[in-house]
Design a protein around this ligand. Structure first.
Ligand code: SF4
Length: 195
Protein backbone atom coordinates (compact mmCIF):
# COMPACT_ATOMS: atom_id res chain seq x y z
CA UNK A 1 0.00 0.00 0.00
CA UNK A 2 1.29 3.46 -0.98
CA UNK A 3 1.68 5.33 2.33
CA UNK A 4 1.10 8.67 0.57
CA UNK A 5 -2.55 7.61 0.31
CA UNK A 6 -2.73 7.85 4.11
CA UNK A 7 -4.07 11.26 5.09
CA UNK A 8 -2.51 13.08 8.06
CA UNK A 9 -3.52 16.04 10.22
CA UNK A 10 -0.98 18.23 8.43
CA UNK A 11 -2.53 17.29 5.08
CA UNK A 12 -5.94 18.47 6.30
CA UNK A 13 -4.52 21.72 7.68
CA UNK A 14 -2.50 22.35 4.51
CA UNK A 15 -5.41 21.49 2.21
CA UNK A 16 -7.59 24.11 3.85
CA UNK A 17 -4.81 26.68 3.55
CA UNK A 18 -3.92 25.77 -0.05
CA UNK A 19 -4.37 22.50 -1.98
CA UNK A 20 -1.09 23.07 -3.79
CA UNK A 21 0.83 22.66 -0.53
CA UNK A 22 -0.55 19.12 -0.29
CA UNK A 23 0.34 18.43 -3.90
CA UNK A 24 3.96 19.58 -3.51
CA UNK A 25 4.50 17.78 -0.20
CA UNK A 26 2.54 14.60 -0.83
CA UNK A 27 2.62 13.97 -4.57
CA UNK A 28 5.96 15.53 -5.53
CA UNK A 29 7.48 14.98 -2.05
CA UNK A 30 9.31 18.30 -2.19
CA UNK A 31 10.56 19.79 1.07
CA UNK A 32 9.27 23.28 1.80
CA UNK A 33 11.78 26.11 2.04
CA UNK A 34 10.73 27.83 5.23
CA UNK A 35 11.69 31.36 6.03
CA UNK A 36 13.38 31.86 9.38
CA UNK A 37 10.31 33.23 11.15
CA UNK A 38 8.43 30.04 10.39
CA UNK A 39 11.39 27.92 11.47
CA UNK A 40 11.44 29.89 14.75
CA UNK A 41 7.75 29.19 15.16
CA UNK A 42 8.35 25.44 14.75
CA UNK A 43 11.08 25.63 17.39
CA UNK A 44 8.77 27.55 19.75
CA UNK A 45 6.17 24.85 19.20
CA UNK A 46 8.62 22.18 20.36
CA UNK A 47 9.60 24.17 23.45
CA UNK A 48 5.96 24.86 24.28
CA UNK A 49 5.12 21.19 23.82
CA UNK A 50 7.82 20.18 26.27
CA UNK A 51 6.59 22.73 28.79
CA UNK A 52 3.08 21.43 28.44
CA UNK A 53 4.16 17.94 29.34
CA UNK A 54 4.47 19.38 32.81
CA UNK A 55 1.32 21.50 32.80
CA UNK A 56 -1.74 20.92 30.66
CA UNK A 57 -4.03 23.76 31.55
CA UNK A 58 -7.44 22.96 30.15
CA UNK A 59 -10.65 23.83 31.93
CA UNK A 60 -11.61 20.16 31.79
CA UNK A 61 -12.89 18.81 35.08
CA UNK A 62 -11.82 15.34 36.20
CA UNK A 63 -9.17 14.57 33.62
CA UNK A 64 -8.67 10.83 33.90
CA UNK A 65 -5.75 10.41 31.54
CA UNK A 66 -3.21 12.38 29.48
CA UNK A 67 -1.25 10.98 26.55
CA UNK A 68 1.42 13.04 24.82
CA UNK A 69 2.52 12.57 21.21
CA UNK A 70 -0.29 10.09 20.73
CA UNK A 71 0.30 8.03 17.59
CA UNK A 72 -2.81 6.75 15.91
CA UNK A 73 -3.54 5.00 12.61
CA UNK A 74 -6.79 3.81 11.10
CA UNK A 75 -6.30 1.27 8.33
CA UNK A 76 -10.01 1.48 7.59
CA UNK A 77 -9.94 5.25 7.05
CA UNK A 78 -6.41 5.19 5.62
CA UNK A 79 -5.44 7.99 7.94
CA UNK A 80 -2.85 8.56 10.64
CA UNK A 81 -1.69 11.26 13.04
CA UNK A 82 0.57 12.09 15.94
CA UNK A 83 -1.64 14.14 18.24
CA UNK A 84 0.22 16.50 20.60
CA UNK A 85 -1.91 15.44 23.55
CA UNK A 86 -5.06 13.39 24.11
CA UNK A 87 -7.00 13.84 27.33
CA UNK A 88 -9.70 11.56 28.66
CA UNK A 89 -12.44 13.45 30.47
CA UNK A 90 -14.58 12.38 33.39
CA UNK A 91 -17.18 10.83 31.02
CA UNK A 92 -14.63 8.69 29.19
CA UNK A 93 -14.66 10.98 26.13
CA UNK A 94 -11.41 11.76 24.35
CA UNK A 95 -10.25 15.35 23.90
CA UNK A 96 -7.40 16.17 21.48
CA UNK A 97 -5.11 19.11 22.28
CA UNK A 98 -2.94 20.77 19.62
CA UNK A 99 -0.08 23.14 20.50
CA UNK A 100 0.69 25.99 18.13
CA UNK A 101 3.79 28.13 18.44
CA UNK A 102 1.88 31.21 17.27
CA UNK A 103 -0.75 33.66 18.45
CA UNK A 104 -4.46 32.96 18.07
CA UNK A 105 -6.74 34.86 15.69
CA UNK A 106 -7.69 37.49 18.28
CA UNK A 107 -8.61 34.84 20.84
CA UNK A 108 -10.20 32.49 18.29
CA UNK A 109 -8.97 29.46 16.37
CA UNK A 110 -7.94 29.58 12.71
CA UNK A 111 -10.21 27.44 10.58
CA UNK A 112 -7.43 25.14 9.30
CA UNK A 113 -6.52 24.37 12.92
CA UNK A 114 -10.18 23.68 13.80
CA UNK A 115 -10.50 21.15 11.02
CA UNK A 116 -7.24 19.53 12.06
CA UNK A 117 -8.87 18.94 15.46
CA UNK A 118 -11.99 17.54 13.73
CA UNK A 119 -9.74 15.14 11.80
CA UNK A 120 -8.25 13.93 15.09
CA UNK A 121 -11.77 13.40 16.43
CA UNK A 122 -12.68 11.21 13.45
CA UNK A 123 -9.55 9.11 13.96
CA UNK A 124 -10.00 8.78 17.74
CA UNK A 125 -13.64 7.75 17.41
CA UNK A 126 -12.82 5.21 14.71
CA UNK A 127 -9.84 3.59 16.45
CA UNK A 128 -10.64 4.00 20.17
CA UNK A 129 -14.44 3.66 19.88
CA UNK A 130 -14.94 6.58 22.27
CA UNK A 131 -16.82 9.82 21.69
CA UNK A 132 -14.86 12.95 20.79
CA UNK A 133 -16.94 16.10 20.69
CA UNK A 134 -14.47 18.82 21.59
CA UNK A 135 -10.79 19.68 21.49
CA UNK A 136 -8.41 22.49 22.43
CA UNK A 137 -5.87 24.54 20.55
CA UNK A 138 -3.12 25.92 22.72
CA UNK A 139 -1.83 29.14 21.13
CA UNK A 140 0.90 31.20 22.72
CA UNK A 141 -1.66 33.78 23.89
CA UNK A 142 -4.87 31.74 24.37
CA UNK A 143 -6.32 28.33 24.96
CA UNK A 144 -9.21 27.96 22.51
CA UNK A 145 -11.95 25.38 22.89
CA UNK A 146 -13.27 23.83 19.67
CA UNK A 147 -16.67 22.15 19.51
CA UNK A 148 -16.58 19.45 16.88
CA UNK A 149 -19.83 19.24 14.95
CA UNK A 150 -21.08 16.53 12.58
CA UNK A 151 -20.86 19.10 9.79
CA UNK A 152 -17.15 19.63 10.49
CA UNK A 153 -16.53 15.88 10.43
CA UNK A 154 -18.40 15.55 7.15
CA UNK A 155 -16.32 18.33 5.62
CA UNK A 156 -13.09 16.67 6.79
CA UNK A 157 -14.16 13.34 5.27
CA UNK A 158 -14.71 15.11 1.94
CA UNK A 159 -11.24 16.65 2.20
CA UNK A 160 -9.74 13.22 2.89
CA UNK A 161 -11.31 11.86 -0.31
CA UNK A 162 -10.14 14.89 -2.27
CA UNK A 163 -6.56 14.50 -1.03
CA UNK A 164 -6.51 10.81 -1.94
CA UNK A 165 -7.85 11.60 -5.42
CA UNK A 166 -5.13 14.22 -5.84
CA UNK A 167 -2.44 11.68 -4.95
CA UNK A 168 -3.88 9.07 -7.30
CA UNK A 169 -4.42 11.47 -10.23
CA UNK A 170 -1.19 13.42 -9.65
CA UNK A 171 -2.86 16.53 -11.03
CA UNK A 172 -1.50 19.92 -9.97
CA UNK A 173 -4.42 21.93 -8.52
CA UNK A 174 -4.90 25.47 -9.81
CA UNK A 175 -4.00 28.39 -7.54
CA UNK A 176 -7.21 29.11 -5.65
CA UNK A 177 -5.87 31.17 -2.76
CA UNK A 178 -5.51 34.93 -2.65
CA UNK A 179 -2.02 36.39 -3.26
CA UNK A 180 -2.12 37.55 0.37
CA UNK A 181 -1.71 33.90 1.46
CA UNK A 182 1.28 33.38 -0.83
CA UNK A 183 3.60 35.26 1.51
CA UNK A 184 6.22 32.52 1.69
CA UNK A 185 4.96 30.86 4.85
CA UNK A 186 3.91 27.72 2.92
CA UNK A 187 7.50 27.12 1.80
CA UNK A 188 6.56 26.55 -1.86
CA UNK A 189 6.40 30.04 -3.23
CA UNK A 190 9.68 29.46 -5.06
CA UNK A 191 7.89 26.80 -7.16
CA UNK A 192 4.58 28.60 -7.70
CA UNK A 193 6.05 32.00 -8.45
CA UNK A 194 9.69 31.16 -9.11
CA UNK A 195 11.06 33.32 -6.27
S1 SF4 B 1 2.74 30.02 -2.94
FE1 SF4 B 1 0.54 30.29 -2.68
S2 SF4 B 1 -0.40 28.96 -4.25
FE2 SF4 B 1 1.73 28.31 -4.01
S3 SF4 B 1 1.66 26.66 -2.52
FE3 SF4 B 1 2.09 28.54 -1.38
S4 SF4 B 1 0.06 29.30 -0.72
FE4 SF4 B 1 -0.26 27.78 -2.34
Amino acid sequence: MDDSLYVTGSDIKNCIYCERVVYFSKVMRIQPVLWSQHADSVMEHKVEERNEERRVSTPLPNVRGKHFNYRITSERLMASAVIDCVLEDGYGRLVPVEYKGMRSKAGKAYSDHKYQIAFYAILLEDVCRKACVEGYIHYTDALVRVYITDGMKMYVRRLMSRIRRMVEDETLPPIRVSRRKCNGGCGYRYICYGY
